[in-house]
Design a protein around this ligand. Structure first.
Ligand code: ZN
Length: 244
């Protein structure tokens, strides 16, 4: 399984940056996990978007799905030009309903609701969604193939259930939008890098990669706070690939 980080900032990107988007590939199957602003542009450095097999969205905050509203125009044109014949399967939490109802567009997408605990099979990817703790329903994904286990946190604040969900992952891609000082002030909806590292250590994951970087802060401070609990912690970088 190959992971390419397309975008790793939130809730907005710095100059030249991109919000959440991760391309997973195995056996000629191309799965896009999240599709925030800037992702469609970045994706095309690696893959013709018309060759996507499926998209799964952790949640319906704009920094995780706004380019879905743009990709539909390209898909519409690709139908007209005979370059694509089937709607692109798109999975997302069904809430907030007003956002979910905006996803279908002509024949661009075949939209389905994600149910926590209900396994999804997309080509070689066996995908288990789990709801975290966020302002709106947000899913973590445990994605298994013959080659390994990849776990992505989605957006969540601290949730001890994530330890078991991530257990034994070959790569745990975990959001860390906050520093410890934010948690001490009671900031909700996201993890600190130290919390992400504590979850990773308890879960016994092989690699921890932090993501959902704050666009205006120094990443080294995030890594330093995380290293106390998970010394080998890494930070996602746009364009970086991982073999899982
Ligand atoms: Zn969010």
């Amino acid at each position: 399984m190959k992971l390419t980080v397309l975008g790793c900032f939130g809730p907005y990107p710095p100059a030249g940056g991109c919000c959440s988007g991760y391309l997973l590939q195995e056996d000629n199957c191309n799965l896009l996990v999240d599709c925030g602003n800037g992702v469609l542009s970045r994706l095309q450095h690696h893959l013709d978007y018309k060759k996507l097999n499926s998209v799964i969205l952790s949640h319906l905050h704009a920094d995780h799905y706004s380019d879905i509203m743009i990709m539909r125009y390209g898909l519409e044109i690709s139908f007209q030009q005979g370059e694509r014949f089937e709607p692109l399967p798109l999975y997302a939490p069904a809430q907030p309903e007003t956002e979910f109802e905006r996803l279908p567009y002509k024949n661009a997408y075949n939209v389905s609701a994600l149910e926590p605990g209900q396994t999804l099979q997309i080509g070689p990817f066996t995908i288990l969604p789990r709801e975290g703790v966020h302002a709106i329903p947000s899913m973590a994904f445990r994605i298994r193939t013959a080659s390994g286990i990849f776990v992505y946190s989605g957006d969540t604040e601290f949730d001890s259930g994530l330890e078991e969900f991530a257990s034994g992952a070959d790569l745990f891609l975990c959001e860390a939008n906050f520093l410890e000082e934010d948690i001490e002030k009671g900031a909700p909806n996201h993890l600190s890098s130290a919390q992400a590292a504590q979850i990773a250590a308890a879960a016994g994951v092989k690699r921890l990669c932090l993501t959902h970087h704050h666009p205006e802060r120094n990443l080294d401070q995030y890594l330093a706070e995380a290293q106390k609990y998970f010394p080998e912690v890494e930070a996602a970088r746009e364009g970086q690939t991982y073999i899982i």
